[in-house]
Write a protein that binds this ligand. Structure first.
Ligand code: 13P
Length: 248
């Protein structure tokens, strides 16, 4: 299983140092793949502290441009050089607060591929869309527009994170059946647009209010490859406990 922490806008570089000092000594106890998506400013310290461990680093965004006159932006090559192998793209907080649309997200995925970064593409429906039974349509649109022009062999460098917006930071989670249905939709769209094998092999994780208490329940979802954890990843001992509860 892949267990991905999204630290969001939390932890200064010094706090990141403390954080990894607590996590790293325990990380070899786990068979899972551990990926920590930290703020840009924490990548360098993270790289230093996690070298020669089973921990990998990710960023939470990247520019759709290569380099140059883009004040305040961070490029894929900068992220890569700072120690990341992964990057979250299209998180719902960026879609809503920073008005990122599928077209921009598609450009960012191409930029990540160009820089040999694995994209963690976040998709998911709002509560209104869920209530009007539009989940499958929303997922299909976000996937097809986000992955426009991507070649099948590039899918091994793309992880799909199913994150229903209404479940993020709310303590509410979908049922096992709802998560499983959405993951089926994702695999079906990939199978239709690429190939049956691609649909079977695409890595799909679930995110949204995953915590110590509900992780064993969510682990029952059969067609899942891992989890994307926000709030519950911030405190090292609680997060280590969560990782322990994930079955293989
Ligand atoms: P929470 O786990 O805090 O709900 O956040 C989920 C998330 O947005 C991860 O990307």
């Amino acid at each position: 299983m892949k267990i991905i922490a999204n630290l969001k806008m939390n932890k200064t570089p010094s706090q990141t140092l403390d954080y990894f000092m607590n996590i790293v000594p325990k990380s070899s106890d786990f068979k899972h793949e551990l990926i920590f998506c930290v703020p840009f400013t924490s990548l360098t310290i993270g790289k230093y502290l996690t070298q020669n461990t089973n921990i990998q680093l990710g960023a939470q965004n990247l520019s759709d441009e290569d380099e140059g006159a883009c004040t305040g932006e961070i490029s894929g090559s900068m992220i890569k050089d700072a120690g990341a192998n992964f990057v979250i793209i299209g998180h719902s907080e960026r879609r809503s607060k920073f008005k990122e649309n599928n077209k921009l997200i598609n450009k960012k995925i191409k930029m990540a591929l160009k820089n040999r970064l694995t994209s963690i593409l976040c998709i998911g429906e709002s509560l209104a869309e869920k209530n009007t039974l539009k989940t499958a349509d929303v997922l299909k649109e976000q996937l097809e527009e986000g992955l426009k022009g991507i070649y099948e062999n590039e899918l091994e460098n793309i992880i799909i994170a199913y994150e229903p917006i209404w479940a993020i930071g709310t303590g509410k989670i979908p049922t096992v059946k709802e998560i499983s249905n959405s993951i089926d939709v994702i695999r079906k769209v990939i199978a239709q647009d690429f190939s049956l094998n691609a649909g079977k092999n695409i890595c799909v994780v679930y995110g949204g209010s995953v915590n110590n208490k509900n992780i064993s329940q969510i682990s029952k979802v059969k067609n899942i490859n891992g989890f994307l954890v926000g709030g519950a990843s911030l405190e090292p001992s609680g997060f280590l406990q969560l990782i322990t509860s994930v079955s293989d």
